[in-house]
Design a binder for this molecule. Structure first.
Ligand code: HEM
Length: 401
């Protein structure tokens, strides 16, 4: 029989038990958060898995699952990260936890392109330096946890440590796969890993998968500090270097960020190098260029710190949209035309939009006028960054999952 006294003992014991468990759990998480991993290079993704819940470790919430997700119908969100007046700044937004890795209908095609590029170019596409192994393992583990949580019908890890990708019909043994190869073959995004250099305190590019580089490749940048990686970026030294270095040293795991980079291309070049014949076409304005062949390329990027290795990972996907879509996107034609015409020249030269401008600008002007006539845009609109940045008003009706 339970008397009031014995009942009190039970309540007290349960309270003490809970307190001890919470304290132990917090201590364990703290340990993981602040200690560098001591695992050797033989550690596998299976071993990492048994220890860590990366949503808990990072403090970034688990994404909302998409049980009805259909890869063949999934459109990417229509990123239009145009800003006016344009100033070269970091232009960071808080990352939305549901959208760290966003899959869409080009998935199969991109994965196959990435594998081909790796077969052709080797360490220009995937490479890592000694000392980055733990960071690579940790990154792959975080990605696996995200994919399985966000896309439960597409990805699954079983008790034996096999990763099942039902989109591709592949089954990967996580005990033996190289983490960067796992990323190359399952996620159509590039991942660049930077680590703090113990001597200088600055962040160096130490490992990555990079199949979407235009004008550069891993072998030109690996091992370098961020200021050298960004050498060709106009105004980087004067306007960004100081804030970037500060930002990297202070960045915490629970505050990932996102930003977008954009450019205009003929066709959809995912990976292009300066020694390819196509590259020289960027200096020519072809009078026969068809507006239907010009694409906006947005590299949608996120940046986050890994809790155990303390490395920072920069990942991005390249998304191509025919510029003819702008016709239906309120404010975008005028905003883009202003950015192209009035930005500082070094910036537009770096963007290399010269080879498209002669066809793009007249079309943008025409669509901007049409939008005014339809009263989508006020005639006296003073061009500025949109409140919906990085999207545009009404974008949700164009976005389908
Ligand atoms: C807050 C973080 C970062 C900011 C604000 C930033 C900013 C930029 C900007 C403004 C550009 C020029 C293209 C554009 O308009 O976006 C650029 C290019 C580039 N960034 Fe970053 N970046 C960041 C982090 C990183 C990290 C961590 C890496 C990893 C190695 C990286 C690698 C590169 C590379 C390889 C390029 C191309 C450079 C070239 O043209 O040779 N960035 N970045």
């Amino acid at each position: 029989m339970i008397t009031p006294i014995s009942y009190s003992y039970v309540v007290i014991a349960a309270g003490v038990g809970t307190l001890l468990w919470v304290t132990w759990r917090r201590k364990r998480i703290r340990t993981y958060r602040y200690e560098l991993s001591t695992r050797g290079t033989k550690s596998s993704l299976k071993a990492v898995r048994e220890l860590d819940d990366y949503f808990e470790l990072t403090g970034v919430p688990r994404p909302k699952p998409l049980p009805d997700f259909n890869i063949d119908e999934a459109l990417p969100r229509p990123y239009r990260p145009f800003r006016w007046r344009y100033h070269q700044t970091m232009s960071l937004l808080n990352m939305e936890p549901d959208w760290w890795i966003e899959l869409e209908s080009t998935y199969r095609e991109r994965i196959s392109q990435r594998k081909d590029l790796y077969a052709q170019h080797g360490t220009k596409i995937v490479d890592s330096m000694p000392g980055s192994q733990d960071a690579c393992l940790e990154l792959a583990e975080m990605v696996i946890q995200f994919l399985c949580a966000r896309y439960p019908n597409q990805f699954h890890r079983d008790a034996a440590g096999i990763f099942h990708n039902t989109i591709l019909g592949t089954h990967t043994d996580l005990q033996t796969v190289e983490p960067l190869i796992f990323l190359l073959e399952n996620v159509p995004e590039d991942f660049l890993i930077v680590q703090e250099d113990e001597k200088s305190g600055s962040y160096h590019f130490r490992a990555g998968v990079s199949a979407s580089a235009v004008g550069w490749n891993m072998s030109l940048k690996i091992g370098k500090p961020l200021n050298e990686v960004h050498g060709p970026v106009p105004f980087y030294k004067e306007k960004m270097q100081y804030s970037m270095d500060r930002f990297f040293s202070k960045m915490t795991c629970d505050k990932p960020i996102q930003r977008g980079s954009w450019g205009f291309e003929i066709g959809q070049p995912l990976y292009m190098q300066a020694d390819e014949p196509q590259w020289s076409h960027r200096n020519i304005q072809d009078p026969n260029l068809d507006i239907n062949d010009i694409y906006l390329r947005v590299d949608w990027q996120t940046l986050r710190r890994l809790p155990k290795s303390r490395a920072i990972v920069f990942n991005f996907k390249a998304l191509f949209t025919p510029v003819t879509h702008f016709r239906e996107e309120p404010f975008i034609p005028r905003l883009v035309a202003t950015v192209i015409r009035e930005s500082e020249r070094p910036f537009m030269e770096y963007k290399a939009s010269f080879h498209t401008e002669h066809k793009l600008l007249p079309s943008l002007d025409k669509w901007a006028k049409e939008q005014e006539e339809k009263s989508w845009v006020p005639r006296d609109w003073k061009v500025r960054t949109l409140d919906e940045n990085p999207f545009y008003p009404g974008w949700e009706s164009d976005h389908r999952y």
